[in-house]
Design a protein around this ligand. Structure first.
Ligand SMILES: Nc1ncnc2c1ncn2[C@@H]1O[C@H](COP(=O)(O)OP(=O)(O)OP(=O)(O)O)[C@@H](O)[C@H]1O
Length: 238
């Protein structure tokens, strides 16, 4: 496996009983690349993310994060990535700066308040929210703190599952900007999503999963949302 890839999956398969959740999946993300994983419910998107996180073990195939094999060194691989779940859990009574410093420390990095402010600003969190307690934070604000944590950790890979579900248009647009900023710093981003509109806005490449198989891959540069939808529906009907 190439150490230059932020993420590499080679012929990865995972079965749950009779259900083939992921089948012979091969995928490679370069540093700074944003990849959108599309597919209908049950296509295998979350399973793919859980395999990369090492939460579930592949039946066969290999996965490497920053060249570190997930099976051989799960902790080493996890140290190189950051995962944003649907709701980023923060310490409710800490403000954004305290949360960032706390989680950065858990991730092995000590940062001061000025660095925390800088990272939160890069992730797009407004300055007046930096010293507010996190208990009142919206989903979008939590995600920004989550991205700032990934930046603080110097993660090479950011994984997101349905990041725009439940976000209003402004917050989703904000998140796109935030992911672009992370990618500009060399972080590769893999996001599972149903949001075809955001795919053209934020992703460099898309992959469509169907029944656990990658049935289509495209650069998004030349595609608009309507074209993506057409490709998507054609593949599902095939
Ligand atoms: N823990 C599990 N036990 C048994 N079957 C599972 C488990 N997790 C996923 N599956 C099955 O594996 C297949 C892929 O599921 P997965 O959750 O990865 O799809 P998905 O693309 O993320 O779907 P959604 O868009 O609904 O989140 C489905 O058939 C699902 O029922």
């Amino acid at each position: 496996m190439s150490a230059a890839s932020a993420l590499e999956l080679h012929e990865v398969s995972k079965r749950y009983g009779e259900q083939q959740a992921v089948q012979s999946l091969s995928l490679c993300l370069a540093p700074g690349e944003i990849y959108a994983l599309l597919g209908p419910n049950g296509a295998g998107k979350s399973t793919t993310i859980n395999l990369i996180l090492g939460f579930v073990a592949a039946d066969s195939g290999r996965i490497a994060v920053g060249g570190i094999d997930v099976t051989r060194d799960a902790l080493g691989a996890r140290a190189r990535l950051a995962y944003l779940p649907e709701t980023v859990m923060l310490h409710p009574s800490f403000d954004a700066i305290e949360n960032l410093r706390y989680f950065a420390l858990l991730g092995g990095r000590r940062i001061d308040a000025a660095q925390a402010r800088q990272l939160l600003a890069e992730a797009g969190l407004q300055a007046d929210a930096h010293t507010r307690r996190a208990e009142g934070f919206s989903k979008g604000m939590r995600q920004k703190v989550g991205v700032a944590i990934a930046l603080a950790k110097r993660a090479e890979l950011l994984l997101l599952d349905e990041p725009t579900s439940g976000l209003d248009a402004a917050a989703a647009n904000d998140l796109s900007r935030c992911l672009r900023a992370a990618a500009a710093r060399g972080i590769a981003v893999l996001m599972a999503t149903h949001d075809l509109f955001r795919v053209t806005e934020v992703a460099d490449r898309l992959g469509l999963l169907r029944g656990g198989r990658l049935v289509l891959q495209r650069d998004t540069a030349a595609l608009n949302p309507a074209q993506i939808e057409t490709l998507y529906l054609q593949q599902l009907a095939a």
